[in-house]
Write a new protein. Sequence first.
Length: 95
Amino acid sequence: MRTNTALKAVYSYDIMDRVTGIQWLKGTNVLADFDYGYNSASMITQRQNTVGSAQWSDAYTMDDLDRLVGESRTQSSNTQKTPGSRLDKRQMVLA
């Protein structure tokens, strides 16, 4: 008997056809889960991330022209390492 061990991505959408969630599955096991929130201009303003036991959330702030002006991250106490800040990387390049 052979079992399906392929990775699969499951997408969920809101009424405006924006991605609101992505789950990475291996069989029935959820490997990663990403949830997105948007503002009225369809810019991503929130992202909840779960990868294994690591959990963190990102919040993005835009100015009146929908340019990214702020980013904050909140992570749970069991998070080992999360990716770096996009603003920090941009500021390093521009500096």
